[in-house]
Ligand binder design. Structure first.
Ligand code: NAX
Length: 327
């Protein structure tokens, strides 16, 4: 039988954790043939709640779940990790300045990066979900010099899935009829969901919608969907975020379908004028277990402006964490 894959999940007692862990344990992350061992990381006051979730995981009697360990120490939690889902983060509270937010998260993602560097498995793949996700991933990556940079990613798959859903509703087609959508930039309100290379049942999506709908409806709806969910549900997106994390890692490990691509925030190699080293969302394919940026797409002025604005925000966040000594 195959040896279990170690999946470390931080923020395990939170609401995304609650939606995520059962799907990981049931085999949806890595496939129905791959046993998993869960390594949960929480802060001390939330360890008891994580133990409660672990009791429920036990009660599911998942055949693929070979064990659960709970830690409040990152070094132990990341020891031997093959997949690391970094969900726990410090949320922005009322009156908090951006610098305070970045500094508080530096206090989380620096030691986690160090722990990954010290003890994770050679094939470790890291997905940062906790916000500000791109810059938290940058902080973790910069404290893991022995881990290849391309193993650090941040999640824009939820934005990608939201864009698919909005376009499918607008055109009255199934999401499976849409291919080649892209999310560029930061997982924030400046993100740019791009339909200019998308196809709908083989036709260019841009011929099926007008620019006013893109500008006034589609782009802001996708970018502000998180706020709309909070307004409606009284709590932030959790099951859809967990679903996107499953999609991201599943595709990273198993590949993206031929002829299509997805979106993920990965370390820039300078493609499309995005400064090397920042963690920005791109259209990506997964081949042989690694993300590759889709190359040679034509970028219109409409798209260029919006990509540049989001990338500008990312470089400002990078400069801010550099000034704080966090990278
Ligand atoms: P919750 O507040 O429900 O859970 C967060 C959990 O993280 C808590 O249990 C907390 O104790 C734990 N935690 C805090 N510091 C930790 C540390 N140093 N080590 C381990 N655990 C720690 O938040 P939830 O709704 O689950 O959201 C988690 C994060 O996902 C937030 O930062 C949120 O902003 C972010 N999101 C990111 C999305 C994305 O698309 N990238 C979408 C959904 C979500 O908003």
């Amino acid at each position: 039988a195959q040896a279990p894959v170690n999946v470390t999940v931080t923020g395990a007692a939170g609401q995304i954790g609650y939606a995520l862990l059962f799907r990981v344990a049931s085999g949806q992350l890595l496939g129905a043939d791959t046993p998993v061992r869960l390594k949960l990381l929480e802060i001390p006051p939330a360890v008891k709640a994580a133990e409660g979730t672990a009791m429920e995981l036990d009660d599911c009697a998942f055949p693929l779940l070979s064990g659960i360990d709970i830690y409040d120490d990152p070094t132990q939690a990341f020891d031997g990790a093959n997949v690391a889902l970094l969900v726990g983060a410090r949320p922005r509270t009322k009156g908090m300045e951006r610098g305070d937010l970045l500094e508080a998260n530096g206090g989380i993602f620096k030691p986690q990066g160090e722990a990954i560097n010290a003890g994770a498995a050679d094939d470790v793949r890291v997905l940062v979900v906790g916000n500000p996700a791109n810059t938290n991933a940058l902080i973790a990556r910069s404290h893991a010099p022995d881990v290849p940079a391309d193993r650090f990613t941040a999640m824009t798959r939820l934005d990608h899935n939201r864009a698919l859903s909005q376009l499918s509703a607008k055109l009255g087609v199934g999401v499976a009829d849409i291919s080649r959508l892209s999310i560029w930039g930061n997982h924030s309100a400046t993100q740019y969901p791009d339909i200019f290379h998308a196809e709908v049942a083989g036709k260019p999506a841009s011929e099926l919608v007008d620019e006013a709908w893109l500008t006034d409806d589609f782009i802001p709806t996708v970018a502000k969907r998180g706020a709309a969910i909070i307004e409606a549900r009284g709590a932030s997106s959790a099951a859809s975020a967990a679903n996107a994390a499953i999609d991201h890692v599943h595709d990273w490990v198993n590949g993206t379908p031929e002829g299509d691509w997805t979106s993920a925030a990965i370390v820039s190699d300078g493609s499309y004028g995005v400064p090397e080293g920042i963690i920005s969302s791109f259209p990506v394919v997964s081949r042989g277990g690694a993300w590759e940026i889709v190359q040679d797409l034509e970028i219109s002025d409409f798209s260029r402006q919006r990509i540049d604005a989001s990338v500008q925000e990312l470089t400002e966040e990078r400069d801010a964490v550099a000034a704080l000594g966090l990278i």
